[in-house]
Design a protein around this ligand. Sequence first.
Ligand SMILES: Nc1ncnc2c1ncn2[C@@H]1O[C@H](COP(=O)(O)OP(=O)(O)OP(=O)(O)O)[C@@H](O)[C@H]1O
Ligand SMILES: [Mg+2]
Length: 325
Amino acid sequence: MKPHETSAGAPLGLRDVAVRYSGADRDAVAGVDLDVPAGALVVLLGPSGCGKSTLLRTVNRLVVPYRGAIEVDGHDVTASDPQTLRRGIGYVIQAVGLFPHLTVAQNVAIVPQLLSWTPEAIAARVDELLDLVRLEPARYRSRLPRELSGGEQQRVGVARALAARPRVLLMDEPFGAVDAIVRTSLQDETLRLHRALGTTILFVTHDVDEALRLADRIVVMKDGRIEQDGTPLHVLAKPATTYVETLLDAKDAVRRLSLLCARDALRNASRPVDGAPPVPASETLRAVLSRLLEGADAVAVVDDGRVIGSLSFAEIRAALVANER
Ligand SMILES: Nc1ncnc2c1ncn2[C@@H]1O[C@H](COP(=O)(O)OP(=O)(O)OP(=O)(O)O)[C@@H](O)[C@H]1O
Ligand SMILES: [Mg+2]
């Protein structure tokens, strides 16, 4: 089976999930409702200690809530055996957690081995996964983790998490430990993998730009609760509270959008969309964003009476990220 033939993502549903660690005087997660549709990439964003990791870990039962329900693909996670559950859910964390005495291939093979795949199937899958994360199998398969860069280790961590074709991938600040350039390339890889595999991804970060770059939807957390849940541009353009506005530096982002015009955000490949309302190429991206928030999927950019392309949220987001401070 080729990686792109893997089964698509499974939906997640969290209902009124609450967690309190023993001895704590308040809930780490204080009643969270969250729906992640199959194949979505949802980012949990918030400052240190707001409960992001705790919430993420309730999904693979590394943390057990005292209240609420969690469903993966419509099945209550408390009803399944934790080991079986975890084998079906990929998990990537910042401290990659590769076994230091095992080679790259052996690390990637851990779950398939637990699942008793044949040695041939495992070897083929390992090479396929290393290709997928762009580590040439012949060069990397027999290396030990200490013989890899931080970014390469992180790729092996992702390959390992994907080994048994999980339909859900949990990523907890996976790229926190690598430098900005490697981080950007790992983010791009994540988007590529997400598009290719259709895996449902729940991704934790406290980095706003990372959230903007990756998310289909951003869930902003504060003190164990959800403060706002929406598309990146919605959260940016219409922060629900001053907390969200401050966290996202939303004013600044919106200001940046007023400095860019529709023409600046056009990319070569953007083709006009039927029925998209026209906007002049000189219109600010802030104004274009308002049009989109009013309900248009895309606008047609018009220059000199001619449609020269179209803009949707994706292009505006790309323009915003490309114009970071
Ligand atoms: N194992 C634990 N035992 C007791 N308290 C914990 C434990 N893990 C986390 N906490 C507490 O629960 C709260 C939420 O922690 P959590 O790790 O979920 O936050 P986070 O949003 O992931 O933060 P960070 O961005 O720093 O990783 C914090 O107050 C933290 O101190
Ligand atoms: Mg955390």
